[in-house]
Design a protein around this ligand. Structure first.
Ligand code: ATP
Ligand code: F6P
Ligand code: MG
Length: 789
């Protein structure tokens, strides 16, 4: 996931305060921890303002200096530990005058505000008024000229923390994916009871005036109908809704789920409430229907993996922004676009957000949708195009209809099923024929003609609809490659008249596509368009920074680590060495390390040596000795399964125990294939939908082309991927293709792994880099060299 700029060198000593404001959001604590530690690491002084803007106005004990240990263990905690508030006083100039005075008196010259659209609007007001507030304070005699002189400008940096994801300019806000996880867990559970009784459920989700939570949960759970404020249904929606639900029932669906955003409205801005919807379903369709209002359960609980990493990286970026933004430059807000942390002027983001509200009020819904963020509109049409397959206008002409084969290759990964479901739904909407190849390429070659059912089967809408939240691979996956039997693979391609191939899987899927491409010279059956959608927990597929399943894996890993840390904390003075999967890529170990605040992470890219181990044992010793009563906090070390042949997980745990001389203990823990299982995370589900549809669209572009035209186009065998702030296709072959340029075939990973710098960040935030710097010095260079060989 997420890439970020490398940490900055200290510029000058600053006094940086952080506050959380508005509705609390999971991940806010991670942001505060990162701001505090990064500030201290860069030689600045860190402060926390308690109770949001209320604390800023009140001052006194509510503004406290923070030490490194004060934020220990905060990453996994829900809510905000420094408190939040909706402050009426800050809305008044008198309150902001008091706030300005409190900052100046403490010498605080930078303020990081983590909150939603309201909080950041407040921050923008404060920023714009700052010079006039200071002048007024001098005029009233509250401060002197001399006192304000060093503070003529206040650096304000915004961090978007809100479950609503209602800030324009950023794809995600800190907390929105945790909240989405809570919603999806609840709806997944409702599935069972709804299906048992063939009931309808109307589920109301939060989000005030923003439909992001509603839309993404509808996609993640395959809801039959959706109401969001930005795109109200057309007049007569009651008939439309009933007709879609009736058709879905006629197709055999036993449950009906309708998601209603709390701010839902019709085109005349009249509220559409969940009870109204329920009444319509009950009276018009005679459907036994219940309403479930999820309420504040959506805001509580520990942050998901994404929110821990996002809040950490954005907190770090906020400190960097304080340190490197010129005093008179516009205040930035830290955003994320796809996989890239960026900055944009706070004023611009606030203006755009306000414009969304204004457009909705003016009933200009199309513009409101477009202004939300780049993904929103795409997700909305993806949902519409797959939820019901009755879109006559979407059908392509007869001669452009394709037989699209779908195959899974490699180890199972969360998101494989939702991706297949999305591809099937989209194919049916367009008039194509989706065909599943069961049990991978060996299944195709050996079992296609089995009786009574072979391994090559058309997929119906109803069959695939149930895959929306299923983990693993329903059509079966394995590591068999087409190269093991090219001849029979080609014969089967011909026999079943495949016009296009959609491969979902990891490094083997990538290898399979490469083999098919290279074999085109000998087998014309392979001269069809082929797309690979990376799906592997290892996240080691060239051409992308994100593979389906990696987010699900990270979530299972952090749950495992949280539970283990609790055990370690209870036993006191214990270190757990946890072994992660990931093959020869340290991505999972490193990202999980960032999300759980690991003391150290061992990865194959770097290897393990005795010097490193001895330094780390010293670091642990030092840590336990100086924890100042916080030694309850258990420590986690993560070791990728292939980091070293000699220093196995057990050996490392034993060495730590031996060397600790009874001062602390250690244990090894191996979650193993637990990391591949479980229901896919909402991020893997929603991205599966979006990327699978893009893959089929890419395949469609080749309809009507000759075999040689297809074979002559490098993009006819392509991998879809997230690269920085974009989603794009990269060709497998050709001089600039992934196979030649980007693939370290021996180590089964990309030549350049985008996340390598995160290793340094794990060390900075755990304090490891302050300890034994001599050993870590030069690491970035070493890693970069290894990555490019
Ligand atoms: N225009 C404004 N001027 C000054 N302060 C403001 C303004 N708008 C909001 N604030 C401050 O920000 C606080 C939080 O705003 P709000 O209640 O809208 O929540 P939010 O930050 O949007 O978070 P969420 O919507 O996720 O709960 C307000 O209570 C107020 O103190
Ligand atoms: O917790 P409160 O103050 O009732 O606010 C509820 C609102 O806060 C949010 O949870 C976050 O903005 C909204 O989704 C919801 O409308
Ligand atoms: Mg808000």
């Amino acid at each position: 996931m997420i890439s970020a700029r490398p940490p900055v060198k200290p510029a000058r000593k600053r006094r940086i305060a952080v506050l959380t404001s508005g509705g609390d959001a999971p991940g806010m604590n991670g942001a505060v921890r990162a701001v505090v530690r990064m500030a201290i690491h860069s030689g600045s002084v860190a402060f926390a303002v308690h109770e949001g803007y209320e604390g800023l106005v009140a001052g006194g004990d509510l503004i406290k200096q923070m030490n490194w240990e004060d934020v220990r263990g905060w990453l996994s905690r829900g809510g905000t530990l420094i408190g939040s508030a909706r402050s009426m006083r800050f809305r008044e100039r008198s309150g902001r005058l008091a706030a300005a005075k409190n900052l100046v008196l403490r010498g605080i010259d930078a303020l990081v505000v983590c909150g939603g659209d309201g909080s950041l609007t407040g921050a923008d007001v404060f920023r714009s008024e700052w010079p006039s507030l200071l002048l007024e304070l001098v005029k009233s005699g509250d401060l002197t000229e001399a006192q304000i002189t060093p503070y003529t400008s206040l650096n304000i940096v915004g961090l978007v923390g809100s479950i609503d994801n209602d800030m324009s300019g950023t794809d995600a806000t800190i907390g929105c994916y945790s909240s989405l996880t809570r919603i999806c867990d609840a709806v997944d559970d409702v599935f069972d009871t709804a299906t048992s009784h063939q009931r309808g459920f109307v589920i109301e989700v939060m989000g005030r005036h923003c439909g992001w939570l509603a839309l993404m949960s509808a996609i993640s759970t395959g809801a039959d109908w959706l109401f969001i404020p930005e795109m109200p249904p057309r007049d007569g929606w009651e008939d439309d809704m009933c007709s879609v639900i009736t058709k879905n029932r006629e197709r055999g669906k036993r449950r009906t789920i309708v998601i209603v955003a709390e701010g839902a409205q019709d085109r005349h801005l009249n509220k559409i409430g969940s009870t109204t919807v329920k009444d319509i379903l009950s009276t018009r369709l005679g459907l036994d229907t219940r309403v479930t209002v999820l309420g504040h359960t959506q805001r509580g609980g520990p942050p998901c993996a994404y929110d821990r990493t996002l809040s950490t990286l954005q907190g770090v970026e906020a400190v960097k922004a304080v340190l490197d933004v010129a005093p008179d430059a516009p205040s930035p807000v830290i955003i994320i676009r796809e996989n890239k942390i960026e900055r944009m002027p706070l004023m611009e983001a606030v203006k755009q957000t306000q414009e969304v509200a204004a457009r909705i009020k003016a009933k200009d819904f199309d513009t409101a949708m477009a202004l939300r963020d780049s993904e929103f509109k795409e997700y909305y049409s993806a949902y519409m195009n797959t939820t019901s397959v009755d879109h006559p206008k979407m059908r392509v002409s007869e001669e452009k209809r394709m037989r699209v084969a779908i195959v899974h290759v490699g180890a199972p990964a969360g998101g494989m099923n939702p991706a297949t479901r999305a591809a099937v739904g989209y194919c049916l909407t367009r008039g194509h024929t989706p065909i599943a190849i069961h049990n991978g390429f060996p299944g195709l070659c050996r079992h296609h003609a089995d009786k009574p059912i072979g391994s090559v089967r058309e997929v119906s809408w109803l069959e695939s609809d149930n895959w929306v939240n299923e983990g693993g691979s329903e059509i079966g996956t394995n590591r068999g490659l087409p190269g093991d039997d090219l001849e029979n693979t080609a014969k089967a391609f011909e026999m079943y008249r495949f016009d296009a191939l959609f491969i979902v899987g990891g490094f083997e899927a990538f290898t399979a596509a490469s083999q098919l491409r290279k074999a085109r010279d000998y087998y014309s059956a392979f001269k069809i368009p082929i797309t690979v959608l990376p799906a592997t927990i290892s996240n080691n597929v060239p051409g992308t920074e994100y593979s389906l399943g990696s987010d699900t894996c990270l979530n299972t890993l952090i749950q495992f680590c949280d539970a283990i840390r609790q055990s370690a904390s209870s036993s006191r003075r214990r270190v757990f060495v946890v072994e992660t999967q990931g093959g020869k890529s340290g991505y999972i170990a490193t990202t999980a390390g960032l999300a759980v605040g690991a003391a150290a992470v061992y990865i194959p890219e770097e290897g393990i040596n005795i010097k490193m181990l001895s330094r780390d044992i010293e670091f642990l010793r030092h840590n336990f000795a100086t924890d100042r009563g916080a030694n309850r906090a258990g420590k986690i070390i993560l070791r990728n399964e292939t980091a070293s042949n000699t220093y196995t997980t057990q050996v490392i745990a034993d060495m730590i125990k031996e060397e600790a001389n009874g001062r602390f203990e250690s244990r090894a823990a191996v979650p193993g294939h637990f990391q591949q299982g479980g229901k896919p995370s909402p991020m893997d589900r929603t991205r599966a939908m979006r990327m699978a549809i893009r893959c089929v669209q890419h395949l469609e572009a080749y309809a009507g082309k000759s075999k040689d035209e297809i074979a002559g186009d490098d993009y006819s065998t392509a991998v879809i991927g997230v690269k920085g702030s974009r989603i794009l296709f990269s060709p497998m072959g050709g001089p600039g293709g992934l196979e030649f340029k980007d693939t370290d075939w021996d180590r089964r990973r990309p030549k350049n792994e985008f996340w390598l710098d995160l290793q340094n960040l794990v060390d900075i935030l755990s304090g490891r880099s302050n300890y034994g710097n001599d050993i870590l010095a030069g690491r970035t260079e070493d890693l970069a060299n290894q990555g490019s060989t």
